[in-house]
Design a protein around this ligand. Structure first.
Ligand code: IMP
Length: 316
């Protein structure tokens, strides 16, 4: 069971081109939302603001509705006459419909809106949005899929308890979220590996728990060639668990060199180096709330002692 990465950016862009926006700023905002994979609807709802003799004589149609945030957005320019009128409408709307969330948004505040949606660590990681090639999976898409995986695993292990084993450090966030989405009794343990070009893969930090006779679910951030997973499975099988299955958040299936049995896959992704939601490039970017492909220049030497990565597919 897997999910291809939903809604590729091209499909989002195509949709944005189909919508007839009243103003170029709206098209620009839609493209901005698409880039960060935030779902939107254009002018989906009109709110009556004033009535006369039972007829609506004034209404307000906010430019956008963001269903994932349950938020209406009205764009505005700095033009004073426009701002005043819009402020009045927003105030009236809030009086009449207090449950409705709405913001009046200036262009300069687009990125501030992102931090409200949990995208704030783009700044914390010193990553500028223009250094991101594309956002592959938004926080909402990740959380939805993790919840589905948790449901599926809980069903499959009905009546059983299990041991979740995470491979440090990329697994940090996925394991924490997945464990809370599983409604079976479970223990958590961690493995850490060392990778050496000459010596190959070895265990740097072993499990604390004895897994013999236990149902083990090995949780991986990403399966690429499958070599790492193959090594771990061979090692753990020698300890005689009752069963052992694998759950990987991401699968770069086209890069596989050795066949590995991955029962639960979050997303099958293309062969690109990704960071975020636990995945790093030289220990950076793990705390991005989304998963993205970085632009080449982020990896390339800039004359300030940074390293060059050429076609490399493995985290150092
Ligand atoms: P494999 O042995 O080739 O399957 O590689 C698996 C390991 O490589 C993962 O556990 C990650 O640590 C690392 N890795 C592979 N692809 C990526 C990526 O796109 N971003 C970050 N780390 C990656």
């Amino acid at each position: 069971m897997t999910a291809e990465v939903q809604r590729p950016l091209a499909a989002l862009e195509e949709r944005t081109q189909r919508v007839r926006f009243a103003h170029p700023a709206e098209a620009e905002f839609a493209a901005f939302l698409d880039f960060f994979r935030i779902a939107w609807e254009y002018e989906p709802h009109s709110f009556p603001l004033r009535w006369q003799d039972g007829r609506v004589v004034e209404q307000f149609t906010p430019d956008f509705y963001l269903p994932e945030q349950d938020l209406y957005v009205e764009l505005t320019t700095m033009k004073q006459s426009l701002v005043t009128r819009k402020h009045r409408k927003v105030r009236r709307l809030k009086e009449l419909y207090p449950h409705v969330n709405i913001v009046l948004l200036y262009r300069k505040d687009y990125h501030e809106l992102l931090s409200r949606f949990g995208y704030g660590s783009v700044d914390i990681t010193s990553l500028r949005p223009e250094q991101i090639e594309r956002v592959l999976l938004s926080p909402t898409e990740i959380q939805r899929r993790v919840a589905e995986l948790g449901r599926q695993i809980s069903e499959d292990y009905a009546g059983e308890s299990l041991v979740l084993i995470g491979v440090l450090k990329g697994i940090t966030f996925f394991l924490a979220d997945l464990a809370r989405a599983i409604t079976r009794p479970l223990a958590i343990d961690y493995l850490q590996l060392s990778r050496d070009l000459r010596e190959g893969v070895a265990i740097r930090k072993d499990l604390d728990l004895d897994i013999s006779g236990k149902h083990v679910l090995l949780v991986e951030d990403i399966v690429n060639t499958g070599l790492t997973l193959d090594f771990i499975l061979r090692t753990l099988r020698e300890r005689n668990p009752a069963s052992i299955e694998v759950c990987a958040l991401l699968d770069k299936a086209e890069r596989r060199l050795v066949p590995v049995p991955v029962k639960y896959v979050g997303f099958t992704i293309p062969n690109e180096f990704v960071v975020g939601y636990g995945l790093d490039y030289r220990e950076l970017y793990r705390n991005l709330p989304f998963i993205c492909v970085l632009k080449r220049e982020v990896y390339e030497a800039n004359g300030h002692g940074q390293h060059v990565v050429t076609g490399r597919q493995e985290s150092p």
